[in-house]
Ligand binder design. Structure first.
Ligand SMILES: Nc1ncnc2c1ncn2[C@@H]1O[C@H](COP(=O)(O)OP(=O)(O)OP(=O)(O)O)[C@@H](O)[C@H]1O
Length: 270
């Protein structure tokens, strides 16, 4: 795999400082700070409406914060356009988007598009440089397919895959950007127990093999507790707790925040 994905050097820390987002009178995020340590899995949890998706939207450039900063190492990400944030090594998946078009290979090659250097004209004319580059991208896409368990389906139309596999195509497509930080928005939402367990395994493998950092939004507490090194808890746009999964499980503020929406009980992802 190419240099950035090989994990030869640890990714820089993703540092979120005092981020506030207001939507016409509603404060969706209120001075949120958290740091995703290099190479760690960091979970962002909280009841419905707590601000998790808004936080992801700020980190990926879809939403401009009213105040605060986001940095990846020395690079300032605050208010950059989404494609510039992706180019700096932050890739994301979306909660509700599940691919239905093209083959697995087509989708992964779309993920490689941002890394193409040869340009459209050179590609269309099949100039040698463009052909070589295309071959290298295809090889990288195959490696990602292997890592995410999609290799047997590489040439299969995604419409024919199970829901769990289709959601993993999204994860694989984000990985094709060779990110240093991966933002996973509810990667197991809607999956059955077997699919959730498989995805948890894939995320663990991805982190171990590629050495990237993962920020994870997920309602499945079993998955969070199993994968996360650190957990930040949001409630009504504010950070109410931060710690290891064990500390979070016992935190009275967290238990209080979840009362009425169901305590953060662990679902079975084993
Ligand atoms: N574009 C928007 N305009 C106005 N309000 C918004 C907008 N996006 C989010 N909100 C509000 O901001 C708050 C935080 O929403 P957000 O979607 O970030 O929460 P969440 O923690 O991701 O919730 P869930 O777990 O249900 O996905 C909610 O009150 C929501 O209604």
């Amino acid at each position: 795999m190419t240099a950035r994905a090989a994990g030869s050097s640890a990714p820089p820390a993703l540092d979120v400082r005092g981020v506030t987002v207001r939507f016409a009178g509603l404060t969706a995020l209120d001075g949120v700070s958290l740091t995703v340590a290099p190479g760690s899995v960091h979970a962002l949890i909280g009841p419905n409406g707590a601000g998790k998706s808004t936080c992801f939207n700020v980190l990926s450039g879809l939403c401009r914060p009213t105040a605060g900063t986001v940095r990846l190492g020395d690079a300032e990400l605050t208010r950059l356009a989404p494609h510039r944030i992706a180019a700096l090594g932050v890739a994301r998946t979306f909660q509700n988007i599940v691919t239905t078009e093209g083959t697995v290979a087509d989708n992964l090659m779309l993920g490689r598009h941002a890394l193409s250097r040869a340009g459209f004209t050179a590609g269309a004319l099949r100039l040698p440089r463009a052909v070589r580059e295309q071959r290298a991208h295809l090889a990288a896409a195959r490696e990602i397919a292997e890592l995410t368990g999609l290799a047997p389906h590489f040439d299969t139309p995604v419409a024919l895959l199970s829901y769990g596999d289709r959601k993993r195509v999204e994860l694989a497509r984000a990985l094709c950007l060779e990110p240093r930080v991966l933002l996973l928005d509810e990667p197991v939402a809607g999956m059955n127990a077997a699919e959730r367990a498989r995805t948890a395994e894939v995320v663990g493998d991805v982190r171990a093999r590629l050495g990237l950092s993962v920020l994870l939004v997920e309602h499945d507490m079993g998955l969070v507790m199993r994968l996360a090194d650190q957990v930040t808890v949001l409630d009504f746009g504010r950070v109410i707790a931060h710690g290891t999964p064990d500390e979070i499980r016992r935190d009275p503020e967290v238990l209080r925040a979840y009362l009425g929406t169901g305590a953060p009980a662990e679902e079975d992802t084993a």
